[in-house]
Design a protein around this ligand. Structure first.
Ligand SMILES: [Zn+2]
Length: 387
């Protein structure tokens, strides 16, 4: 059916079908009910590449009764998907203006029109429509879902929370992670307004909604860092391994700084070596290499990198190996310098972060994927995609 409708689109667009529909007489409307064989004939003309004849027939098919409402809804939807939003809006507005529509049909047309407005960036109008629908009997969940999307785009986190709670009451499942992130967003807003008390209260709610939300741990560690509480930072950072080891690169610099401020270099090395035996990521390898170099010299560091590369070949390891060799450069210095340049260029093209839902590559960490809008799906890239 969809294929047929797609075939009809250019015909409908060119024919002025919608305009003609308004001027049809009552007798013609009655006649239209008897035109299904002709409609099929029209499709046949189309399929046989005789669009002119098909247009003549379709122009006569202007009646909007319970059957053709569905067709118009489907066509409006297709226009929107094709990016022809103005045309979709006209179709849906015309439908809504018809007094013959019953409740559910009107609600469906409102839902579609709201989506047209969203697509056109007319968020105020979309919000009004979805708010009306959210109070009605039909399409309540869809309306609330769309409202949630609008409030997320507007970064109105308080209303996101309220809407998510309403969605939950309406029967929607799997909202905990999103609600937890909304609390995190409110915590960050409070921090920006220099109100750490409110921020901590929001983080508590965020953790209550989703214990596995590593973002809560990272923000708490950040707050402790700003307060100069190194012990709390270390304790917080150590939780990341149990929650979501992929985010370890996010806390390594903080962890190193705090251990060093507390003059516990030995404990840092012990902890990182243990971590490396369980999660041999490239950022961790780089940090360990520097520590080994400081303690035992370049050769020991090089041996460590070589061992890492043998088990986990990656560009960062290769770059480190070349850098270590350049530092002890001999006759091969020029070749190494060229090799380093090439590796650096390749590293520049690597994405630091990647969405595990849609594959979106990013240079910085987004907690909501800008592409698929999932929360908490973008993680530090292990092997590096291309940004
Ligand atoms: Zn994504």
């Amino acid at each position: 059916m969809l294929e047929l409708l797609l075939l009809l689109l250019p015909v409908a667009a060119a024919s002025g079908w919608w305009a003609a529909r308004r001027s049809v007489s009552k007798q013609e409307r009655t006649a239209a009910r008897e035109w299904s064989p002709q409609y099929l004939k029209g499709l046949n003309f189309l399929l046989n590449e005789q669009p002119d004849k098909a247009i003549d027939l379709l122009v006569k098919m202007v009646e909007v009764d319970s059957e053709t409402v569905e067709t118009h809804l489907a066509l409006g939807n297709l226009f929107r998907r094709r990016g022809e939003v103005e045309r979709a809006i006209r179709i849906h507005q015309n439908l809504i203006a018809r007094p013959s529509l019953h409740g559910q049909q009107r609600a469906q047309a409102l839902l579609e029109l709201g989506q047209d407005y969203m697509r056109a960036g007319l968020f105020d109008r979309a919000e009004n429509l979805f708010s009306e629908l959210a109070e009605s009997r039909f399409y309540k969940r869809q309306a609330l879902s769309n409202l949630l999307e609008i409030f997320q785009q507007e970064k109105d986190w308080q209303r996101c929370l309220e809407t998510a709670e309403r969605l939950k009451v309406a029967g929607e499942r799997g909202l905990s992670s999103r609600i937890s992130h909304f609390h995190c967003e409110l915590a960050l807003q409070a921090l920006a307004e220099s109100d750490p008390g409110v921020a901590l209260a929001q983080l508590k709610k965020a953790a209550a909604r989703d214990r596995s939300n590593v973002r809560v741990t990272l923000i708490r560690a950040d707050i402790a860092m700003h307060a100069g509480d190194c012990k709390a930072v270390i304790k917080g950072c150590k939780r990341v391994e149990g929650q979501e080891p992929a985010y370890l690169p996010e806390v390594l610099p903080m962890l190193q700084e705090c251990y060093q401020r507390l003059q516990q270099d030995e404990s840092l090395l012990d902890y990182l070596q243990g971590l490396y035996s369980r999660h041999a990521g490239s950022e961790l390898m780089l940090m360990l290499t520097d520590l080994i170099q400081n303690r035992e010299g370049a050769q020991a560091a090089e041996a460590f990198v070589l061992k890492h590369l043998a088990a986990h070949p990656d560009l960062k390891g290769l770059d480190k190996l070349v850098t270590l060799n350049l530092q002890q450069t001999g006759a091969a210095g020029e070749t190494l310098a060229t090799l380093k340049q090439a590796v650096e260029q390749m590293l520049e093209r690597q994405a630091a972060y990647q969405c595990e839902q849609c594959g979106f590559n990013a240079k910085k960490l987004h907690w909501q994927c800008p592409s698929c809008m999932s929360w908490g799906s973008i993680k530090p890239a292990q092997n590096g995609g291309v940004a």
